[in-house]
Design a protein around this ligand. Structure first.
Ligand code: RIB
Ligand code: CA
Length: 314
């Protein structure tokens, strides 16, 4: 029985691989893709989601455009990592997938309403759309099986000493979603920095020998180049697909129930996910946090999905 999911994303190099893993893995039933501003402006992340589907031959999944900025403050795109168009590197083909007429929140609400079974939400960008959803449609929280988010960190940040980009981009949204009552899982930098795109990984994907694999390698090469230049990491971390991998094969990662609070006020710490792993504050657990990744199994899942999609999209 495949797991019904909706991906809400800000493509973004690693978001593209999350989409491909969801579409290419038999344990996942990708019902919809929605976009949010984050890595880039909404017009770029939306265009890139359509490109990700076009190159992979994903033609039966509705794609809808979402929020163009955070609940509070201004959009600050991660152009230094993802490029001015949020998907730097390869020449992007013109999308052949049409954008859905609905906005992101309407599409998610429609999918949740129409689904016989609850659906898992997989946000891999700022949580702006999901915050709008739970505020506008509180009655649909019961149709959300769970939410597994790439964001936050049990340790240091990547855009400030203590804040990870997706949390930092819209901390108010993260706080609202965390308090909404959804079954919340955090896939933070503490685990995503185990998914390093080594030269060996790039060679393995190149060896899949399909136009899709070649496009994917161009994305990875660009992503690694900017990570080396700006983060001092020659092997960039492929953050977002870990969310989908954990749904497709739960044994791919370990996790623990714990307490998370999002810092929305701190002068130095705004956007930090305060994860009380040692329960210093003796507050009830409110989330599951991913800890350790089976790295080899993770990359095998990525390769299998690119292989499966590469056959249909050639
Ligand atoms: O901090 C990493 C996260 O920010 C990833 O989701 C990446 O795509 C960016 O959105
Ligand atoms: Ca992302």
């Amino acid at each position: 029985m495949s797991i019904p999911i909706i991906i809400d994303c800000d493509p973004g190099h690693d978001d593209v691989f999350a989409i491909w893993l969801a579409a290419g893995n038999p344990n996942i039933d990708l019902r919809a893709i929605t976009t949010v501003a984050g890595n880039g402006r909404i017009e770029h992340t939306t265009h890139n989601a359509l490109v990700a589907c076009t190159v992979a031959g994903i033609r039966d999944v509705p794609v809808a455009r979402g929020a163009s900025g955070p609940l509070k403050g201004e959009l600050r795109p991660a152009e230094w990592i993802h490029g001015a168009n949020a998907l730097g590197g390869p020449v992007l083909p013109a999308p052949t997938i049409e954008l859905d007429d609905r906005d992101a929140v309407t599409l998610i609400a429609d999918v949740l309403t129409a689904s016989e079974e609850p659906v898992v939400l997989v946000p891999t960008g700022p949580l702006t759309n999901i915050a709008h959803l739970v505020q506008r449609h509180p009655e649909l929280v019961s149709k959300i099986e769970g939410l597994i988010w790439m964001g936050g960190s049990t340790g240091r940040g990547n855009v400030s000493p203590y804040a990870e980009f997706n949390a930092w981009a819209d901390p108010e949204a993260a706080d609202i979603v965390l308090r909404s009552g959804v079954d919340f899982t955090m896939v933070g930098l503490n685990i995503s920095h185990q998914a390093l795109i080594t030269r060996e990984v790039r060679a393995r994907i190149a060896a899949l020998d399909s136009p899709l694999a070649a496009f994917g390698v161009e994305l990875l090469e660009y992503f690694c180049s900017t990570y080396e230049q700006f983060e001092g990491m020659p092997d960039g971390p492929l953050h977002d697909p870990i969310t989908v991998a954990m749904l497709a094969e739960p044994s791919v990662a370990t996790s623990v129930r714990t307490r998370i609070d999002v810092e929305c006020e701190g002068t130095q710490t705004r956007g930090a996910t305060c994860v009380d792993l040692l329960n210093f504050l003796q507050r009830p657990a409110n989330a599951t946090v991913a800890l350790d990744l089976d790295v080899e199994r993770f990359w095998s899942l990525i390769e299998d999905a690119v292989t499966a999609l590469g056959r249909v999209s050639a």
